[in-house]
Design a protein. Structure first.
Length: 66
C-alpha cells in the first residue's frame, strides 16, 4: 500500500520568504535545510525523493512536513 504525503499549503509570501532565508548567506544551515524541505514538499515532491536530494532521512522530511 502506498502512502500519499500530506500537502503543504504555503501562500506566495511564505514561499518567497522561505526562498530568501534559504539563500541568505547568514542563515544558519539548520534553517536553510528546513526551508528547502518545506519548499520541496510545497512543490509536491514525495518524502523519499526530498530525502534523497537533501541527503537526510525520510523521517526528517516527514517531521518537517507535519
Amino acid at each position: 500500500m502506498s502512502r500519499t504525503a500530506l500537502a503543504v499549503n504555503l501562500n506566495a509570501e511564505d514561499s518567497v520568504q522561505l526562498e530568501r532565508w534559504g539563500s541568505a548567506p547568514g542563515t544558519p544551515q539548520q534553517v536553510v535545510l528546513r526551508c528547502r524541505l518545506a519548499l520541496a514538499a510545497w512543490k509536491g515532491q514525495e518524502d523519499q525523493e526530498i530525502a534523497f536530494e537533501e541527503a537526510v532521512n525520510r523521517h526528517t522530511v516527514s517531521l518537517w512536513r507535519h
